[in-house]
Write a protein of this length. Structure first.
Lengths: 315, 327
C-alpha cells in the first residue's frame, strides 16, 4: 500500500515550487527560459514513487517536478534555476539542464527527446554492470515525433533493457496541438510496434500512474525489458512561463483543472480517513514554509565567480 | 623498454582495444557490424569472441546508438563507439554536441562522459561525396570534445590507449588509407599522451605541420625536397584538441617558415586555425606568412580522375614548400 500522504505532500511541493518559480520569473529574478509543470505533478510523483534512489531518470525541458520527485532539494534546485553557485550545477545549467548524480538524475534537457537515448544508455550500463537499477525517461508528446525516440526504443527492445519510457502527453508540443502534427489513431501503437508493452494512463491520477509504473519497473528489474507509458495530462501554464496560451480555449483548461491531481488525492485521503482537513492544511503550511526557506536560500546564494567561466570544460 | 615489431595501423589499433578491454571491464565497443562480423574494415576482428557481451552490434541508428553510448558513459561504462564513416557524424551531431560535449560542464563536473568515438575518413577509394570527408575540424570547434588524428601505427596504438583512459569524449579520426600501413609498434603498455605533438622529421628550412595521412604525404615530399637540398621539418600535432602549441612554435623558431597540410576542407578549417595560432604566437620569428595547403572546397567526387585532385599530395606539398621558401 503506497503512502498516500507522502504522495500528496510530493505533489503539493511541486505545485508550490512552480508557483514560486512563476512569481520569481515575473519579478525578473529568473534568467533564461523556464517551463513549468503545474498540472502534471501526478506523473513525476507517481513514477518516482515506484523508483529507488539509485535508479536513474532522464528528464525533459519541463523537469522541475521530476527532479523534486526523485529527491532533489528545493533549495538547491531553486538556486540552480536562479543561476547561483549553491545550485546543483553551480548555476551554469539552470532549469533546462540541471542534473544530480546523487539522486540518479541524468538531467533535464534542452533538446526535445534528447534524454531518451541517455536513459536507455543508463539502462544498458545497469544491465552490463549487473546492477538492479532501472532507468526512466520522461518526455512530452512532442518527442513522439523525434526519430531518436524510436531508435532508442528499438534498441531497448532488442537488448531487453531495464528502461521505462514515460510520455507525458499534455496534448501540445510548444504552441501546436498534438493532432495537427501527429499521425495515427493510437499513440500506444508507437511502442507496440517494437513489442514493448504500452499503456495509456490517466496522468491526472497519481495512483494510476504509480500502479502502472510499479508494473513496468518490476518487468525491468526482472530482465523482461522496456515498457512504454503514456500519461495523459495537462500543463496549466502553457509551454513556457511567458506563454499567453491564446491558442487554447479556456473551456479546455477548465475541464482539465476539474481533474486536478491534488484535490483528487485529497478527496481520497479524506474519504479513506487517512487524514483530516486540518492535517492536510498543516501539511500545506509545512510545504509552504519549506518553499519560503528555499526562496530565501536561493536569493541569498552567490552568483558564480567570473574566474569560474572556463573551469570543468574538461574532466 | 617494450619490444617493437612491425605491424599494421589496423592491427595496432586492435591491439590497443584488446589491451584496454582486458585491463578495464568497463570498456565496451559499440557500432555497426563491429561484433561477430569483426567490422567492415576488419578493425574489430576477434574482439567479439574474446569479450562476451562487451562488443555490441548496433542497428543502423547512429543517433540513437551514440546517445545510448553517452548515457552508458555517464553511468559507469567507457564505451568505444564506432561511426563507420566520418561523413555519418552528421547523424550523431545532436548527441555529440548538445549532450556529450556539454554534460561535464553543465553538471559542474558532477558527471563525466568517458567515451571514444572512432571514425574513418579520407579519399583514395572512390567512395564519393558521402563517404570521404575529413570532418575533424567540426569536432574541434566544439568545447568539451577532444580530437585525435593518429598518423602512424605506433601513434595509433598509443593515442587510442590514452583516449580510452581519458575521462572526456574523445574523437579519433583514422584515415582508411593508413589501415594497411606497417610500422614499428612497441608491444604492451605504451601510452602516447593527448596534446603532445611529435616531430616526425627534423629539418632546418621549413616547418610543415601535417595532420593524419598528410603526415605521410609530407614525409615523402620531404624526402624528395631533400634531394634538392631543402630540409623540411615535419611536425605532427597528433591531437587538435588539446593542441601542443609550444612544439609547433619551437619548430617555427628554428625554421622561420611554416606550411600547414590538412586533408580537410580549406574553408574555415583546421589549417586556418593552426595558421592563425602560429601567426599570433610566432609572428616575430616568421619570415613569410604561414601557408596553407588543404582539401579543395568541393564535395568529394567519386570519379577516378577528379577524386585525386581534392586532397594534398606529394607533388602539391613539394610545390607549396618551394613557393614558401622562394625556390
Amino acid at each position: 500500500m503506497p503512502d498516500l500522504l507522502a504522495l500528496y505532500r510530493a505533489m503539493v511541493l511541486i505545485r508550490q515550487f512552480e508557483e514560486l518559480v512563476r512569481s520569481l520569473y515575473t519579478g525578473g529574478m529568473v534568467p533564461g527560459l523556464v517551463h513549468l509543470c503545474a498540472g502534471q505533478e501526478a506523473n513525476a510523483v507517481g513514477v518516482c514513487a515506484a523508483l529507488e534512489r539509485s535508479d536513474y531518470i532522464a528528464s525533459s525541458h519541463r523537469g522541475h517536478g521530476h527532479c523534486l520527485a526523485k529527491g532533489a532539494r528545493p533549495d538547491f534546485l531553486l538556486a540552480e534555476i536562479l543561476g547561483r553557485t549553491s545550485g546543483y550545477c553551480g548555476g551554469r545549467s539552470g532549469s533546462l539542464h540541471v542534473s544530480d548524480p546523487a539522486t540518479g538524475n541524468l538531467g533535464t534537457n534542452g533538446i526535445v527527446g534528447g534524454g531518451i537515448p541517455l536513459a536507455t544508455g543508463a539502462a544498458l550500463s545497469a544491465k552490463s554492470r549487473g546492477t538492479r537499477q532501472v532507468a526512466v525517461c520522461f518526455f512530452g508528446d512532442g518527442a513522439l515525433n523525434q526519430g531518436l525516440a524510436f531508435e532508442a526504443m528499438n534498441m531497448a527492445a532488442i537488448w531487453s533493457l531495464p528502461v521505462v519510457y514515460v510520455c507525458e502527453n499534455n496534448f501540445y508540443g510548444e504552441y501546436t496541438a498534438i493532432e495537427d502534427v501527429t499521425a495515427g489513431k493510437s499513440l500506444t501503437a508507437r511502442g507496440e510496434v517494437f513489442d514493448i508493452p504500452s499503456r495509456m494512463i490517466d496522468g491526472m491520477d497519481v495512483l494510476a500512474v504509480l500502479a502502472a509504473t510499479e508494473a513496468a519497473v518490476a518487468r525491468a528489474r526482472t530482465g523482461q525489458g522496456p515498457s512504454f507509458l503514456i500519461c495523459n495530462t495537462y500543463r496549466y501554464g502553457g509551454h513556457h512561463v511567458a506563454d499567453k496560451q491564446d491558442y487554447k480555449d479556456s473551456e479546455e483548461a477548465r475541464a482539465w483543472q476539474a481533474k486536478d491531481p491534488i484535490p483528487r488525492l485529497a478527496r481520497q485521503l479524506l474519504e479513506q480517513r487517512i487524514a483530516d482537513q486540518p492535517r492536510l492544511d498543516a501539511l500545506e503550511q509545512e510545504v509552504a514554509a519549506a518553499i519560503r526557506a528555499a526562496a530565501d536560500f536561493a536569493k541569498a546564494a552567490p552568483e558564480p565567480a567570473p574566474q569560474d567561466l572556463a573551469s570543468r570544460v574538461y574532466a | 623498454m617494450p619490444e617493437a615489431r612491425q605491424i599494421t595501423y589496423r592491427a595496432a589499433v586492435l591491439e590497443a582495444l584488446f589491451e584496454e578491454m582486458r585491463r578495464d571491464p568497463a570498456v565496451i565497443v559499440m557500432g555497426e557490424d563491429v561484433g561477430a562480423p569483426g567490422g567492415v574494415f576488419k578493425q574489430t576482428e576477434g574482439l567479439y569472441a574474446a569479450f562476451a557481451g562487451r562488443v555490441i552490434d548496433t542497428p543502423i541508428s547512429e543517433a540513437g546508438a551514440f546517445g545510448i553510448a553517452v548515457g552508458a558513459a555517464m553511468t559507469g561504462l567507457r564505451p568505444i563507439f564506432e561511426v563507420m564513416f566520418g561523413d555519418f557524424l552528421t547523424l550523431v551531431m545532436d548527441q555529440l554536441v548538445n549532450q556529450a560535449a556539454k554534460i561535464h560542464y553543465m553538471s559542474n563536473g558532477n558527471f563525466t562522459v568517458p567515451l571514444v568515438l572512432r571514425t574513418t575518413m579520407g579519399t583514395g577509394a572512390n567512395l564519393g561525396p558521402q563517404h570521404s570527408q575529413s570532418l575533424y575540424a567540426w569536432a574541434a570547434h566544439v568545447p568539451g570534445l577532444k580530437v585525435v588524428i593518429p598518423s602512424t601505427p605506433a601513434d595509433a596504438k598509443g593515442l587510442f590507449k590514452s583516449a580510452i583512459r581519458d575521462d572526456n569524449p574523445v574523437l579519433v579520426f583514422e584515415d582508411r588509407l593508413l589501415y594497411g600501413m606497417k610500422g614499428d609498434v612497441p608491444e604492451g603498455e605504451v601510452l602516447v599522451p593527448l596534446g603532445r605533438a611529435d616531430i616526425k622529421r627534423r629539418g632546418r628550412d621549413v616547418t610543415v605541420v601535417a595532420l593524419g595521412r598528410m603526415v605521410q604525404v609530407a614525409l615523402s615530399a620531404a624526402a624528395r625536397l631533400a634531394q634538392e637540398g631543402i630540409e623540411a621539418e615535419i611536425v605532427d600535432p597528433r591531437s587538435l584538441v588539446p593542441l601542443d602549441v609550444e612544439t609547433l612554435v619551437e619548430s617555427v623558431k628554428r625554421t622561420n617558415r611554416a606550411l600547414i597540410v590538412d586533408g580537410g576542407s580549406r574553408q574555415y578549417g583546421a589549417a586556418g586555425e593552426l595558421a592563425a595560432t602560429l601567426g599570433e604566437t610566432a609572428f616575430d620569428w616568421l619570415d613569410a606568412p604561414v601557408a596553407r595547403l588543404a582539401a579543395a572546397d568541393v564535395p568529394i567526387p567519386m570519379s577516378r580522375t577528379l577524386e585525386p585532385l581534392v586532397q594534398p599530395d606529394e607533388g602539391r606539398v613539394t610545390a607549396a614548400v618551394r613557393a614558401l621558401i622562394g625556390r
